[in-house]
Design a binder for this molecule. Structure first.
Ligand code: NAP
Length: 349
């Protein structure tokens, strides 16, 4: 068992809770940051049932963008060996200018955590950051089978290109990753930075009480919304995307703590091309009993469209260096997340 201590920012998040689960299952001690004491208590309660011996505590960091946001946490906890920075806003409908809603928290949050480690935690040697496929994707190449997105690809977007919430989020993630990679080159800290660059992350919630929130996190909410489509829905959401299972994403955050080969890399996981309609088809395939209860949209041709109008990708380098044989298949991701939602709804009836 590890015995090492990992500092995890944004510990209340959908992906972060799965990361904590992997860490605890491997015997790591955890110091997580959350925005409120009540979040700390609810996470502690849930994990203490699953891991009665767990060593997990919390620091309250109300806003990652505030200057020196992480200084006290890193100064006061000299036991920290590794840092995983996952916190960043991934929600739409934030009632603020785009810069304040996305760019500032993503970039200042990243800068703040890296500076705090350099100033107060020189013993930290490995940092893993949750970046995104947003930092990789070249949307202009959708439908071009010769343009293959890999660990080497960078999104050409600049902040000047931003016009919508989606492009604001996308640019914020690219600029935050760039800032982190430049930090290592310019400041030569004691640590390496590895990033995890997932596309749309789907799969079950770690704990059922996430359903108490009026919405799930942005990506998982998409699957829940499919289950609310009216029976006569015949629309067709063909916007192409890529997807991956949250459990693979969580594992990728922990592997760099244990495998030197991964240090400094960009880890890029994808289980499938996708689109809203493609996912809806998968829901109906896995749960034929929902036939007649939720709409089918326009199922014909969805797979072909998602494949041919979508984004070509190749994750073989990440598979090779991590030793992962294959990504969790989309069919399992859908089965597990839909089943969890249906079970929860049944209990609530
Ligand atoms: P999530 O559940 O909304 O988690 C976001 C986390 O960041 C939460 O813990 C949130 O705290 C925290 N946070 C956001 N803004 C903050 C601020 N200003 N100050 C302090 N904490 C703040 O979303 P998620 O999907 O797990 O996302 C986690 C990371 O994965 C993000 O970096 C996101 O960009 C990245 N990512 C997600 C996907 C995806 O499809 N889900 C894909 C690629 C990359 P609260 O719980 O208090 O709000």
């Amino acid at each position: 068992m590890s015995g090492k201590t990992v500092f995890v920012t944004g510990a209340s998040g959908y992906i972060a809770l799965h990361i904590l689960d992997v860490l605890l299952s491997k015997g790591y001690n955890i110091i997580g940051t959350v925005r409120s004491q009540s979040k700390a208590e609810s996470i502690s309660n849930n994990f203490s049932k699953k891991y009665p011996e767990a060593d997990i505590k919390f620091e309250i960091v109300p806003d990652i963008s505030s200057d020196n946001a992480f200084d006290n946490s890193l100064r006061n906890n000299p036991s920290i060996d590794y840092v995983l920075h996952t916190a960043s806003p991934f929600a739409y409908g934030i009632d603020k200018p785009l810069e304040e809603a996305y760019l500032i928290p993503a970039t200042h949050g990243t800068r703040n955590v890296l500076e705090a480690i350099q100033k107060y935690a020189p013993q930290v040697t490995r940092v893993v950051i949750t970046s995104s496929f947003a930092a990789i994707v070249n949307r202009g190449k959708a439908g071009d089978p010769t343009f293959i997105h890999t660990e080497e690809t960078w999104n050409p977007i600049t902040w000047e290109d931003v016009t919508t919430e989606q492009s604001g989020y996308t640019a914020s993630k690219k600029l935050a990753e760039q800032l982190a990679r430049n930090f290592v080159i310019e400041k030569k800290p004691n640590f390496t930075i590895t990033t995890v660059n997932p596309p749309f992350v789907l799969g079950p919630q770690l704990f059922d009480d996430s359903f108490k929130n009026s919405n799930l996190n942005t990506s998982a909410e998409l699957v829940r919304k499919l289950l609310d489509l009216p029976a006569d829905y015949s629309g067709n959401d063909d916007l192409p995307s890529l997807v991956v299972d949250v459990r693979d994403v969580a594992l990728l955050h922990v592997l760099p703590l244990e495998n030197e080969k991964l240090l400094g890399s960009r880890l890029f996981p994808v289980s499938s091309f996708s689109s809203g309609q493609f996912l809806l088809n998968k829901v109906h395939e896995a749960f034929p009993e929902l036939d007649g209860q939720i709409g089918k949209g326009t199922p014909e041709g969805a797979e072909e469209i998602a494949k041919t109008k979508g984004l070509a990708y190749d994750t073989s380098k990440t598979l090779e260096i991590t030793g992962i044989k294959e990504w969790i298949p989309l069919e399992k991701t859908i089965r597990d997340s839909v089943q969890q939602i249906l079970d929860h709804r049944k209990r609530e009836e």
